[in-house]
Ligand binder design. Structure first.
Ligand code: KIV
Length: 283
């Protein structure tokens, strides 16, 4: 029997039944196992990996091969959670054909859905995907892939901009996405969008009145030196990891590592035979 697996339909059902959806990013098998066992509904192999894993200043340099590399690692954990693969900058904007080919590649590798940043301006691309059966998660509000032109500003702080976010959400639902991430948008706008849509909204930095929340793994465990103000840090892994490695460095230098239980020995008789062998060789 196939193991139970969360699907886009579970997301729609959760909204109908008023159950909050929890998502988080993960970029390798261990992280995927940790978050899956914690009971998240969805794992995003996000292009945020460009910043938190690769150390770039933005998500713009992220490529399809980077997403594929980390998607494979996450899938190796066989998570029950829905696995969403992010489509990186310029993997879907050039042509519909290229967009379909790239989305198809991620789905064939085992992603349960793909996520694309953008609203009305990419509707034809999203429609082309959903028409052939590719589950798509939208991503509106702040779109970090467009930061070079638009900056990283809060969306929906005036009525005109709020209306744009609202129109993006409406168009995405009509194009067939099964859920929408709303990033760094005023809570009033996120709440109105959530009320208007039949599909669930998954918010990041957009307040509590959404159908679900998503955060970046490294922000949750405290591995990012400068996390965004809307993230909540549950432990300080940066401090814990640093302490562990500092202690390791100290123990090696002092000679207390490896200890007696941390290495293996030869049988005495074998050791004597071995010594004779190397003595005979050096004569
Ligand atoms: O790449 C990512 O981690 C994301 C989330 C911030 C939603 O797109």
């Amino acid at each position: 029997m196939l193991p139970e697996k969360i699907t886009p339909r579970h997301f729609l059902k959760a909204k109908k039944e008023g159950r909050k959806i929890v998502m988080i990013t993960a970029y390798d098998a261990i992280q995927a196992k940790i978050v899956d066992e914690a009971g998240v509904d969805g794992i995003l192999v996000g292009d945020s990996l460009g910043m938190v894993v690769m150390g770039y200043r933005s998500t713009v340099p992220v490529t399809m091969s980077m997403i594929i590399h980390h998607l494979k690692a996450v899938l190796n954990a066989s998570p029950k959670a829905l696995v969403v693969a992010d489509m990186p900058f310029l993997s879907y904007e050039i042509s519909k054909e290229e967009a379909l080919r790239n989305a198809g590649k991620l789905i064939k590798l085992g992603a349960d859905a793909v996520k694309l940043e953008g609203g009305v301006e990419i509707i034809d691309i999203i429609e082309a995907m959903t028409r052939i059966g590719i589950p798509v998660m939208g991503h509106i509000g702040l779109n970090p892939q467009r930061y070079l032109l638009r900056g990283l500003r809060l969306r929906g702080s005036d009525a005109e901009d709020a209306k744009k976010v609202f129109e993006d959400a409406k168009a995405l639902e009509k194009a067939g996405v099964f859920s929408i991430v709303i990033e760094f948008t005023t809570s009033e706008v996120a709440a109105e969008v959530t009320r208007m849509l039949k599909i669930p909204t998954i918010c990041i930095g957009s307040g509590p009145l959404c159908d679900g929340q998503i955060l970046v793994f490294h922000d949750v465990v405290g591995l990012t030196p400068n996390p965004p103000p809307f993230a909540r840090k549950y432990i300080n892994a940066l401090e814990i990891f640093s302490r562990a490695v500092e202690n390791y460095v100290r123990d090696v230098r002092e000679g207390s590592f490896p200890g007696r239980n941390e290495y293996y020995s030869m049988d005495n008789k074998e050791y004597e035979r071995f010594k004779k062998m190397i003595e005979a060789k050096s004569d």
